[in-house]
Design a binder for this molecule. Structure first.
Ligand code: HAM
Length: 429
């Protein structure tokens, strides 16, 4: 007996029915990203491990605990997309010949986390990055936040909460970590074992630990903006003003610190406040990472920022209505009458199959039930899958006509067969 092999823990198979939804999500997202002037970039799904260590930070949880390293020494599957995009921008000299660049990407990311609902080891992101001589340019901070909200709304999602915070410059971040250590130092023993270790390694991570005990400790500490200088405060105020002007509701969350070390300045997270996601309810997050550009060899004055949305979590947050609203129906479902059930030699059936191919060759999407099936059943499927039904039978073929039924208005009319494509194209506009 052979043992069946299973997929690795924390991964999923996207089967054809669900893959349709993934395509719809990607298509919709592509449209929105192009409206904002972003262009696609495709980078390798593995990189030198060193790139992630230098970008996400040696002390970040992702680098310390979640990297999926390849056996081939020195390479790792990418845990996120930003580091690769920045590497590619610099390596390909886009700073010299293009200056400002706006990228988007879709693809799998890999983190060796403990799997749970909404937390996988292979998951997929829709990401966007803006990189160029924009180290202080609050319009872009506002743009990426507006874009991420717009993307989620275009996918039909409501019940979203946008939280923003200002981490300040690297030196100000350092001050904040000193303040946090000072306030937490007497309660280290009350923290979970992970956070006890984070206290020395990366104190920011304690702020968003989900452990109840840690949350109680964190609730008692006081964070204000005393670690920020006036310039940082003014910058953040400008970003907030733009969000208000552009009518994007937000909440300032001083505890929002983000898990990747490259962030400086404004950061944000969008969570889903409806049911179904549990503790993993962050649909997307992002922020500024100016110093990453210099850390990876870029010249002074270059800055970057962006965000990524998790596709699996978006799907978990979607109801049937949202899923259906993305579904692009077929243009035409071909419905045939008077065929002997089960008889594939029926001459009407042959003509129907020929007609199906004529419709498709003219760029109109079309399908039919290939196994001869009764008329009401075909109409039922047509109603679910297509915008129009083209109904044909022996009489129509004799008269060179087709019956065109609008499946939204339920009206139908007989038209000459040679006008069918033209009529369909007009109505589908
Ligand atoms: P992140 O917050 O680590 O940021 O991930 C962004 C989103 O990816 C999360 O909000 C979540 O929806 C999804 N995600 C993360 N980890 C998992 C997981 N294990 N399973 C399922 N979904 C997950 C970044 O990755 C940054 N690169 C975002 C960015 C781009 N910042 C600036 N530019």
């Amino acid at each position: 007996m052979t043992n069946k092999l299973a997929r690795p823990r924390g991964t999923s198979d996207i089967l054809p029915d669900e893959a349709n939804l993934w395509q719809d999500i990607e298509e919709k997202a592509r449209k929105v990203l192009k409206v904002y002037g972003y262009k696609e970039i495709r980078t390798p799904i593995f990189e030198e491990t060193e790139l992630f260590k230098r970008s996400l930070g040696q002390t970040s949880d992702v680098v310390q605990k979640q990297m999926l390293e390849l056996e081939k020494e020195g390479l790792s599957l990418r845990p996120e997309g930003t580091a690769s995009v920045v590497r590619s921008y610099l390596e390909n000299g886009l700073d010299k010949n293009q200056g400002l660049a706006k990228f988007f990407y879709f693809g799998p990311m890999f983190r060796g986390e403990r799997p749970q609902k909404g937390r996988l080891r292979q998951f997929h992101q829709i990401g966007a990055e803006v990189i160029g001589p924009i180290s202080a340019f609050p319009f872009f901070d506002a743009e990426v936040i507006v874009l991420s909200v717009h993307l989620l709304e275009a996918l039909g999602l409501r019940n979203l909460k946008l939280k923003i915070n200002n981490l300040g410059t690297p030196a100000e971040k350092e001050k904040l970590s000193d303040i946090l250590r000072e306030q937490l130092k007497d309660q280290v023993k009350d923290l979970c074992s992970d956070c006890q270790e984070r206290f020395g390694r990366n104190v920011f991570r304690i702020l968003d630990c989900k452990n109840e005990q840690c949350r109680q400790v964190v609730e008692k500490i006081k964070i204000d903006d005393s670690h920020l200088d006036q310039r940082s405060r003014d910058y953040f105020s400008e970003v907030k003003n733009w969000l208000s002007k552009l009518q994007i509701p937000f909440e300032v969350a001083p505890y929002l610190v983000r898990g990747l070390d490259y962030y400086v300045g404004p950061v944000f997270e969008i969570s889903y406040e409806g049911e179904g996601l549990g503790s993993q309810n962050a649909l997307g997050a992002g922020g500024r990472y100016n110093s990453l550009l210099q850390d990876l060899g870029g010249h002074d004055g270059l800055g970057g920022l962006g965000f990524a949305l998790g596709i699996e979590r978006i799907i978990l947050a979607m109801g049937d209505g949202e899923k259906k609203s993305l579904d692009t129906p077929l243009d035409v479902f071909l419905v045939y009458k008077s065929i002997n059930a089960g008889d594939l030699r029926d001459s009407v059936y042959h003509k129907v199959f020929e007609l199906l191919n004529v419709i498709r060759r003219n760029g109109v999407s079309a399908d039919m039930l290939y196994i001869p099936t009764d008329f009401p059943k075909q109409m039922g499927v047509a109603g679910k899958r297509a915008r129009f039904a083209v109904i044909v039978g022996e009489n129509e073929f004799k008269e060179n006509t087709v019956m065109l039924k609008d499946l939204k208005s339920a009206t139908q009319e007989k038209i000459p067969a040679n006008q069918m494509i033209e009529t369909l194209k007009k109505r589908l506009c």
